[in-house]
Ligand binder design. Sequence first.
Ligand SMILES: NC(=O)c1ccc[n+]([C@@H]2O[C@H](COP(=O)([O-])OP(=O)(O)OC[C@H]3O[C@@H](n4cnc5c(N)ncnc54)[C@H](O)[C@@H]3O)[C@@H](O)[C@H]2O)c1
Ligand SMILES: [Zn+2]
Length: 392
Amino acid sequence: MKTINQGTIPTMNFSVSVDIKIGAGASKEVGVISKDLGVEKVLCIYDEGIKSAGISNNIVDSLQNEGIKVSTYDKVTPNPPDSIVTNAAEFARKQEIDGIVAIGGGSSIDCAKAVNILLTNPGPIHQYEGKDQVEHEVKPIIAIPTTAGTGSEVTSVTVVTNSEKSRKMIIAGQGCGATTALLDPELTVGLPANVTAGTGMDALTHALEAYISKGASVLTDINALKAIELISKNLYESTVNGTNLQARSNMLIGSLLAGIAFNSAGLGLVHAISHPISSHCGVPHGIANATLLPHVLAFNGEDEKVQDRLRDVASIMGISIVSKGGKETIEHVVEKVSELCEKVNIPRLRDVGVETTEFSQIAADALKEKSMTFTPRKAMKEDIVRILESAY
Ligand SMILES: NC(=O)c1ccc[n+]([C@@H]2O[C@H](COP(=O)([O-])OP(=O)(O)OC[C@H]3O[C@@H](n4cnc5c(N)ncnc54)[C@H](O)[C@@H]3O)[C@@H](O)[C@H]2O)c1
Ligand SMILES: [Zn+2]
């Protein structure tokens, strides 16, 4: 027997368990796909914005054209709270459905995933916080994203706000993913500029955090880097020229790839801080991330390993590095990300209702977030307060 050279071969964990279809008009196939999945009675879950944008009508039509019975729940609210999940699940149970279609941004898709858990598992939803806590198999769920941001259509994660504790619960793993994701850029052309900007910065944050995460591997890197390239090249265009279908399509693919990357690599300090900001101050998820991203990158950039990693990011973002790397690379990347934030009008924390008196609580809560375990540079409470001050 040959002697094995005992090197350090890292163990990699990577999973994607969703069928994906991408293309202009892809959402119109929802009826045929549902039928193929054996679904006869479906609940479409979305919010008021999706309804008034006229997006849900065509999807309901496609389902009905295939003879599928449809009921609708349109009361999802941003950063969906547990109460909405409970309410929607009660409604869903009464409808005796055998499948769900989630239409919208991360809030609608996450709410739908949580409702799906409660169709075959007892409530309340809180007991499933953590990883792989869902016991019974869930029903088919088709996710149709209308923002290019969260990547929820491809992740095995649902984020639900615990209203009593003002805290976001991460429910992940088994039973938390969609069966099929339909990515249709035509659905995103009417997305308002400020939402395009915020959700797009969320996707960029996913890719950057996944790339420098302690959980990163070659399998997540390749997805994260392509996501960074697509998002940094198309975010501005899709924000100022929303009807550019190519830019919209590139953003959807970018956010999907970022979702694939962070689903296995984990996130980091930006998300650890943004979650309490959203729960305490009601700031939209993407905007909260965007306000913090350059400042957290600068903080992480003090770490030499991060400096090395960000050299690849710099070149993919079109920064020609003349320096020998190190801290200068970080400065270039931070500058590039800050410029992008400015070009798409990302506000500062002071402009979105966050008060300096809340910094201490936000920092204390951030330290308890799961994302902290993946962050490449350890952060203390005072570091987080300093980051909040610089983003203010
Ligand atoms: N599950 C995951 O993997 C994951 C990852 C990141 C974030 N999240 C969660 O997702 C939520 C945020 O989702 P989001 O940023 O996509 O925002 P969102 O779903 O809250 O939507 C924001 C607003 O945009 C409107 N909108 C969406 N698409 C539209 C369109 N095409 N045209 C017009 N209006 C449209 C909505 O009606 C809503 O008012 C947060 O709760 C966050 O924690 C989940
Ligand atoms: Zn996010």
